[in-house]
Design a protein around this ligand. Sequence first.
Ligand SMILES: [Zn+2]
Length: 467
Amino acid sequence: MNGALLHFYHRLPAPMRSAAASLRGLYLRTWRYGPETERLVEEALEREHWDSRRWENWQEEQLAFVLDRAATRVPYYREQWAARRRNGDRTSWQYLENWPVLEKETLRENPTAFVADDCNVRVMFHEHTSGTTGKPLDLWWSRNTVRAWYALFEARCRRWYGISREDRWAILGGQLITSIADSQPPFWVWNAPLNQLYMSSYHLALDFIPHYLDALKKYRIKYIFAYTSSLHALAQEILRLQRKDLQLTVAITNAEPLFDYQRQTISEAFQCPVRETYGMAEIVTSASECGDGRLHLWPEVGWVETFENGRPVEDCTIGDLICTGLLNSDMPLIRYRVGDCGALPAERKLCSCRRTLPTLESIEGRTDDVLYTSDGRRVGRLDPVFKAHMPIKEAQIIQEALDRLRVRYVPAPGYAPEVQRSIVERLQARMGAVQVILEQVDKIPRTTNGKFQAVINMMIRSPKSWV
Ligand SMILES: [Zn+2]
């Protein structure tokens, strides 16, 4: 929505805002679901039991098709390969190892150059994201791609957990569905065609949270899909208020890593399992957690490699996730750096859920925001620093120099100075003899699209401060 339209929408009375959201919901439902949806869902569920040989053949075939289409029908890649030929490069585009890494900035600069020349962007679904750093990204999907994606979502983000798109759900996300200045509920809109209560993740102030909880009850919400930090904020209040009336079937996290202490609190508050998902608007890879707690990749969506210093790394080593999209062959992204790091497992063991989908060993969060020890090790998840019942609402770790960390924290009721000592000890146990500066704050700012960042590395963001 452009600025003027958003301003107009924010001034509408609440029922009109829900009507506007429902109109949008109807449009989205028509794009996402059709008569083929149920068949696509069944097929996706059936593929989860293919043997590894069948998966390999299938992925290789898809990859060959996408590489061929990218090199011959996509202007950006076609020009790249023509230039390489002119320079005497005779390597074949049929092999993925001959393709360079594609950076987000290149895609952002000229997005239409990535759309195949037999497609018309005017009749495609246009996805415009604000991006984590506030830099927008334009993406186009054909109707078939949209439907294939939402069938996978239905299978692996809903059916796995015993729910379906017919169930009433709540979502806490980055859309500004009510003005940021509003201090009166509702901070949500009911989107009837999608059975969805869209709740603002920008209004989760302590005074407003009881209104959110009442809305979950009033709208008879069965499951919730939300930024991890938003869910955690709701869960902490439920426990503090000792509310037992908000039992859900499942709580699904997205967009931010899920730490153990958050999982424990959310599960206790909503009296249900918590499941983690991983994905991005560019749909070059996706994963969701099964009932046995493993993050399974969706092989239909992308081919995943891990890189360090521009070269593939051994499995089980943390590296940049470099992904080749297999689902959207009309806007193919080859060896795309998604900006997160993670690790693939050393060997393919069958998960106890008996699904043959490959797994991700770990997702460590944004590449820009991992911490470094003074001897140069990358430290991934620092969540064990915070415990489930620690009296803090949220905390952010900022690395200012190799030997200096700043921890911003928002105290919760019951906060005592011993907590500080515990945080410092736990951080030093993992990071060595670093100086830890504790800074008490009222709230921790979100990114432009409302996401919470658990870790910020200032040395990478502004390299001058390396010293
Ligand atoms: Zn599993």
